[in-house]
Ligand binder design. Structure first.
Ligand SMILES: [Zn+2]
Ligand SMILES: [Zn+2]
Length: 97
């Protein structure tokens, strides 16, 4: 699939930097083994999994476009775009619980 660049985060569109991780569009736990993956900043990846359950990802948010159509993801992208590509706040995971 000639879509975007491998060097950019699929979610926020910024250049990739460590820490970055692979996201399965269909979660492995939901039968997504061997399916399409996208590279994301760790912080972007964590965000997706905080907003959606694996079942929601499989049923409703199985493409980046669908994920980006969510209001909370759009707000996150607005915010993260202003940060350094390598930005990762260790306390981020615990916020908003
Ligand atoms: Zn990102
Ligand atoms: Zn993931």
């Amino acid at each position: 699939m000639p879509e975007g660049s491998l060097k950019d985060c699929a979610l926020c569109g910024r250049e990739l930097a460590e820490p970055c991780t692979k996201h399965h569009l269909i979660p492995v736990s939901e039968g997504g083994k061997g399916t399409t993956t996208v590279m994301l900043h760790k912080i972007c990846h964590d965000k997706i999994h905080r907003v959606f359950t694996e079942k929601e990802l499989k049923k409703k948010y199985y493409t980046i476009d669908l994920i980006q159509s969510s209001q909370s993801i759009r707000e996150f992208v607005e915010w993260i775009r202003k940060k350094e590509p390598g930005y990762y706040d260790r306390s981020f995971r615990q916020k908003k619980r």
